[in-house]
Design a protein around this ligand. Structure first.
Ligand code: RFL
Length: 421
């Protein structure tokens, strides 16, 4: 169903007009589009929602602040969990999105330089996640949406949300040529990440925020050098380190660092030396560093994930520390729950699924927040004894050992990693 553009005019009369020349009338013309869902943000969440709505014939317009080139290059996550792969397959998008994406069924956990492989698929009945760098997923989601005639507007500036508690919310913005636009819709999907505009319009008191600060810093380095053979988690007295593939010739590397650490403390040479020491590989090859940053290990959840006809999706509603690789996967889950809710409301006049949106999503969000915290404590405390002391270090190592000695423990870990439930 295509969006329908028409033109509307907003007349603004200033309160204090010059007396002698009569009132000045400022005319702001808007190009107006009517659609069912206005989607703010073309990240993993917004683009997934847009594609699913397109598949069920519900019109939508996607507004993205950045350029297409920018969003198609932004590298973050690397693994799409099995549940999300299955979800895309069920919506008929599996082939387009995951062509050539290898399965991800084994991880390596290295303690003091001694590595052991954990074959997730042994505990999941052979079910595996897929390795698909986030920017590739985004590129493909953009391609499928546009190929299907989708309305996706890059470089949309000054997005503002209006009338969210009425029957007909509106979204206004300005395009790159300076033209003012207005989208009149039934629902607004705030898919604009943690620093977007959508959540900021929710009045104080209408939403509760839960925050957890791990008190740890995490240096993340993207480099043009292949990763280790398997996703690698390394634990040692020198601190935590991890390496993951981001395509065949690139890797995202992580090093535990001090909270509030400064990037200036991490010249490339120091980073590579420290990585070699922590993974116990003197010969580990270095390569050109393409991005470097420090992530504060922090998690946050905003409840409920909706306000009036605004629905927050993905990072706009919750952020999770990178341990366990759940941020993008939660965003994909939210998007599907919302797509189903909108479809029921539009097609069947049934708004009950939309009313349940927040509750359904939050169940998974909290489950994965718990997993992420559990995994973070186990891996970080197993290594750096200064984090929680020698007694807890021994406890953390016992917990880690259990993954290789208890089938029940291994099942739980594998299920959560792969996103079976
Ligand atoms: P995104 O991807 O941030 O997309 C939001 C989009 O909204 C746009 N936007 C606006 N557009 C219009 N008007 C405005 N006012 C706007 N404000 C913002 C932005 O330009 C952007 O295009 O949020 P989304 O879609 O909810 O997706 C969430 C995921 O991106 C995020 O959870 C993951 O990247 C987190 N994450 C990881 N998740 C995983 O599942 N596995 C991982 O291995 C993983 N690694 C990572 C990560 C996040 C990282 N960062 C950001 C610290 C590694 C890193 C380094």
């Amino acid at each position: 169903m295509a969006a329908s553009p028409f033109l509307s005019v907003l007349v603004t009369i200033p309160l204090t007009a010059p007396a002698r020349r009569g009132p000045v009338i400022l005319v702001t013309s808007y190009e107006t589009t009517a659609t069912t869902v206005a989607i703010i943000g073309a990240g993993a969440a917004g683009l997934t929602l847009a594609n699913l709505l397109q598949r069920c014939g519900v019109s939508c317009v996607v507004l993205e602040r950045q350029s297409r080139a920018y969003v198609e290059k932004r590298q973050r996550a690397g693994v799409v969990e099995h549940r999300a792969v299955r979800m895309f397959e069920e919506w008929g998008l599996g082939d387009e999105l995951f062509a050539g994406a290898p399965a991800s069924g084994t991880i390596e956990i290295r303690v003091d330089g001694a590595g052991r492989l954990f074959h997730e698929s042994e505990y999941t009945g052979g079910v595996q996640s897929r390795m698909c760098p986030q920017q590739i997923l985004v590129q493909r989601l953009i391609g499928t949406f546009l190929d299907g005639g989708g309305d996706l507007r890059f470089e949309s500036a000054g997005v503002a949300l209006h009338d969210l508690t009425g029957d007909q919310p509106r979204v206004t913005y300005q395009d790159a040529a300076g033209t003012q636009h207005e989208i009149v819709c039934q629902f607004v999907a705030g898919c604009d990440g943690d620093h977007g505009v959508s959540r900021t319009v929710v009045p104080a008191g209408a939403m509760r925020t839960y925050t957890y600060d791990y008190g740890i810093g995490l240096l993340t380095v993207l480099a043009d050098v292949p990763a280790s053979r398997y996703p690698l988690f390394a634990v040692s007295e020198h601190g935590f380190a991890a390496r993951f593939a981001r395509g065949p010739n690139a890797s995202r590397n992580y090093l535990q660092c001090l909270p509030g650490d400064d990037l200036a403390n991490w010249p490339d040479d120091r980073f590579w030396d420290e990585l070699r020491q922590r993974v116990g590989e003197d010969g580990l090859a270095s390569g050109p560093v393409t991005e470097k940053g420090i992530v504060e290990m922090r998690s946050r959840v905003h409840e409920p994930m909706s306000y009036g006809r605004l629905f927050l999706v993905g990072d706009a509603a919750h952020i999770i520390n990178p341990m366990g690789g759940k941020g993008m996967n939660l965003a994909l889950h939210d998007a599907e729950v919302l797509a189903r809710g909108v479809r029921a409301a539009v097609r069947d006049g049934d708004e009950a699924p939309l009313r349940a949106y927040s509750e359904i999503c939050l169940r998974r969000v909290w489950d994965h927040q718990e997993f992420s915290r559990w995994m973070t404590e186990m891996l970080y405390e197993s290594g750096d004894v200064s984090l929680a002391g020698p007694f807890r270090q021994r406890l953390a190592r016992a917990r880690l050992e259990r993954l290789f000695t208890s089938r029940a423990a291994a099942n739980m870990f594998a299920e959560l990693m792969v996103g079976l439930t």
